[in-house]
Design a protein around this ligand. Structure first.
Ligand SMILES: Nc1nc2c(c(=O)[nH]1)N[C@H]1C(S)=C(S)[C@@H](COP(=O)(O)OP(=O)(O)OC[C@H]3O[C@@H](n4cnc5c(=O)[nH]c(N)nc54)[C@H](O)[C@@H]3O)O[C@H]1N2
Ligand SMILES: Nc1nc2c(c(=O)[nH]1)N[C@H]1C(S)=C(S)[C@@H](COP(=O)(O)OP(=O)(O)OC[C@H]3O[C@@H](n4cnc5c(=O)[nH]c(N)nc54)[C@H](O)[C@@H]3O)O[C@H]1N2
Ligand code: SF4
Ligand SMILES: [Mo]
Length: 696
């Protein structure tokens, strides 16, 4: 560059920013270039995705300068439905005044807060603090309850800790067998599939358990297609065969675990033919899976939403952890159990206090020592902190009821699209005295609000995310936010001040991260030794990382488990099956999930021009289609006990004939979905309910 000799002004310096994708838990590294027109470039050195991105990642800048971006606070007149633009001070004053009125009439718990697993750690932390310190409410929870909470609860009980993967993702390349139970990662985290492909190139085998033959299954060696909700029984059947064949690692079981004897007895009754009757997986296929596992030196078992989003989700995960433990895998190199978390910060979002029962550092809110530690960091009295609140769905169900909250603040969730039994949830939202939604765009939930506050998005702000490996990464601001937009941290700080918070709230992400580090110190998810500079220098830092000189912890469990006696726990669990069994009126299973080109409630990706948006559809098997007289592309009506939806049919041979699949990225299918909850995790049963399908 020689501007002096040409005499022309120098071109703008092209500085790339190393950052991470705004969507899923893989948190693929990417470089952003160009300020006004920002483009995505590969960041090949970032080890999780090595420069590879999925279609959503490549097109992520499509929402930055989008014409539907909200750029001013809006207030809705309930009588006319009309929106008016107001100033930030006007909007925040109004919200604070209305919140105070609700609390004066209904007490502190009259106000509730709903967060999201897509929020940065700094935001999740500040939101939990806003609830506990500035609002004094116990009523705070988040959409992660719908995501990995069953795996979180099972991992904590069995392994003493909840970190999605206990090893870096690349470790799967060296496994002999990888079992994916209910994950369609070729569509939900496509760059992760390269590690599985390399596992196979290295001689390893990949097994997929899914009622559909997905693109992930197409890349696998073995596909088992159980009926939705059959995964627990399948695990019991595998354990039965491992016992019968003498393949249990007795030494590992004796030295590193407790509770095996009662599992051994319980699985005696799960011979392969019984498993076939319950799950629809042929007895020989159950045997084939058990044989593969028995022969593997290094076995990795991974669960995702297919196995977890059930009223028995946490028991199902416990059963698959039993399989991994019986084989002696957790703690062995290139082996073990892991959960593929989902949202961008699905992991960190559940560690720093936006969950109803939790304080930062994965501490429990009813533990006196935890309360004392966090209260000291916050500068408040431990007794001033409220107790445990309602879980996400229970919170939504209680809104506007006799003893439920009357006002709700939403940050980072499009509830009316993504919550189960969505008609009821919408009714509850409409019954509130005040609904405030912070979002980038007018989501379906924001459209119901009284006040909408427009916030910055990923490339316009800095903050940390914790990916599915427990690796804390840094999303860095690349370009300025549009005028009129503020960050969630600024909104939270502004509200805290107006609510008379006894302590100040910082809106500077690095300052908040530093405080989060202190609040998490000594907790299970200890971030005390992590700094922005370290993250930049090290391609992320794995928690726990208690001090500046600690290297971080990429791999867990080598010597012991973080349980009181250092051993992992087997759990004896029973197969109950889905909360709604098929019957004469509703003879089929409805299951729901994702497609590659859309993300979650679709609020973001449906607005990205370069992503296909074909609307919802129902996948049905040709046998079912023929029975109801429907051809590919014709309309069908899917009906459950809660509602009905008209969508085009996609007739495919890849699904079980007794099962229908509808993606949830468009408003509608969640009106049909059951709100039965898992008793331990309070996760709803998104993955199965009884349904009927007719030509429509
Ligand atoms: N393209 C895309 N990618 C995403 C997301 C997105 O919205 N779109 N969201 C992100 C988030 S938050 C999450 S949580 C992850 C989810 O990632 P995944 O868990 O991979 O996604 P799902 O499509 O919900 O479910 C996976 C599979 O479970 C199968 N399934 C349904 N019922 C059952 C069952 O009873 N047993 C078994 N074994 N399988 C069953 C479905 O057929 C489906 O193929 O994806 C992340 N990545
Ligand atoms: N039927 C069915 N339903 C499901 C599932 C399923 O498999 N089947 N999966 C469930 C799962 S796993 C999940 S994770 C949920 C997800 O469902 P939602 O909670 O609805 O998730 P998103 O669509 O990601 O919603 C995020 C919202 O916040 C906005 N947003 C994005 N970033 C920010 C930010 O930084 N700050 C603020 N204030 N707003 C932001 C987005 O524009 C969007 O409107 O859906 C669940 N619902
Ligand atoms: S896999 Fe996930 S993190 Fe990676 S580019 Fe796609 S959506 Fe983004
Ligand atoms: Mo999720």
């Amino acid at each position: 560059m020689t501007p002096a000799t040409t005499g022309r002004p120098s071109p703008p310096t092209v500085t790339a920013t190393e950052t991470h994708c705004p969507y899923c838990s893989l948190q693929c590294g990417m470089r952003l270039e160009g300020r006004r027109t920002t483009t995505v470039q590969p960041w090949a050195e970032f080890p999780v995705n090595e420069g590879g991105l999925c279609r959503k990642g490549w097109t992520a800048t499509g929402l930055l300068g989008h014409r539907e971006r909200l750029t001013t606070p809006l207030v809705r007149d309930r009588a006319t439905g009309a929106w008016s633009a107001v100033s930030w001070d006007g909007a925040l004053d109004l919200v604070a005044q209305r919140l105070r009125a609700v609390q004066a009439a209904h007490g502190p718990d009259g106000v509730a807060v709903f967060g999201g697993g897509g929020l940065t750690n700094e935001k999740a932390y500040s939101l939990g603090k806003l609830a506990r310190v500035a609002l004094g409410t116990s009523q705070v929870d988040y959409n992660g309850r719908w995501c990995m909470s069953s795996a979180a609860s099972a991992s904590t009980r069995a392994l003493g800790i909840d970190r999605g993967l206990p090893f870096p993702l690349v470790d799967v390349e060296h496994a002999d067998v990888v079992v994916l139970v209910g994950s369609n990662l070729a569509e939900t985290m496509p760059p992760a599939a390269r590690h599985l492909d390399r596992c196979r190139e290295n001689g390893g085998r990949v097994v997929v358990v899914d009622p559909r033959r997905t693109p992930t299954a197409d890349r696998a060696d073995l596909l088992l297609q159980p009926v939705p909700g059959g995964d627990l029984a399948l695990a019991l059947g595998v354990l039965h065969l491992l016992v019968a064949g003498g393949h249990v690692d007795e030494e590992y079981v004796a030295t590193r675990t407790v509770g095996w004897e009662s599992v051994r007895e319980a699985v005696a009754a799960w011979w392969p033919e019984r498993v076939e009757r319950v799950t629809g997986v042929a007895a020989d296929e159950v045997r084939a899976l058990a044989d593969l596992l028995a022969a593997g030196e290094r076995v990795v078992v991974l669960t995702a939403r297919g196995a977890e989003q059930h009223a028995q989700g946490s028991d199902t995960v416990l059963a698959w952890i039993d399989v991994a433990l019986a084989l002696g895998m957790p703690g062995k190199p290139y082996a073990g159990y892991g959960c593929l978390t989902g949202q961008g910060n699905g992991q960190g979002g559940r560690e720093h206090g936006q969950k109803a029962d939790q304080l930062p550092g994965y501490r429990l809110i009813d533990d006196p020592a935890a309360r004392a530690h966090v209260a000291a960091v916050w500068g408040v009295e431990p007794d001033s902190l409220p107790g445990r609140g309602r879980s996400a769905y229970e919170l939504l169900e209680a809104l506007g009821t006799e003893d439920g909250p009357r006002a709700l603040l939403v940050h980072g969730s499009n509830i009316v699209v993504s919550a189960p039994h969505a008609t009821r949830v919408q009714e509850r939202l409409e019954s509130l005295d005040l609904l405030v939604v912070c979002d980038l765009v007018m989501s379906e939930t924001a459209a119901l609000a009284d006040v909408v506050l427009p916030v910055t998005q990923w490339a316009e702000e800095t903050g940390t995310m914790t990916n599915l490996e427990g690796r804390v990464v840094l999303r860095q601001a690349h370009r300025p936010a549009p005028d009129g937009v503020r960050s969630d941290l600024e909104v939270i700080a502004g509200l805290a001040e107006r609510m008379g918070s006894p302590v100040p709230f910082s809106a500077d992400p690095e300052e908040v991260f530093d405080e989060l580090g202190r609040a998490s110190a000594g907790g299970r998810a200890d971030y005390a030794g992590i700094t922005y500079d370290r993250i930049r220098a090290e391609h992320g830092v794995f928690w726990p990382c208690p001090s500046a000189d600690h290297p971080g912890t990429p791999r867990l469990f080598a010597d012991s488990f973080p349980t009181p006696d250092g051993r992992a726990r087997f759990h004896t669990v029973e197969h109950r099956g889905p909360a709604e069994a098929p019957c004469g009126d509703y003879p089929l299973h409805l299951t729901t999930g994702r497609v590659l080109a859309q993300y979650q409630s679709g609020a973001q990706t449906r607005r990205v021009r370069d992503l296909p948006d074909d609307g919802a559809f129902a996948e049905l098997h040709p046998l079912l289609a023929a029975r109801i007289g429907v051809a590919d592309g014709m309309a069908v009506r899917v009906t459950t006990r809660r509602g009905s939806l008209r969508v085009p049919a996609r007739v495919v041979t890849t699904i079980r004939p007794d099962t229908v699949f509808v993606p949830f990225h468009w408003l509608g299918v969640n009106r049909l979905v059951n709100d039965a909850l898992d008793p331990a995790s309070r996760m709803p049963e998104f993955k199965v309910c009884a349904a009927r399908v007719e030509a429509g």
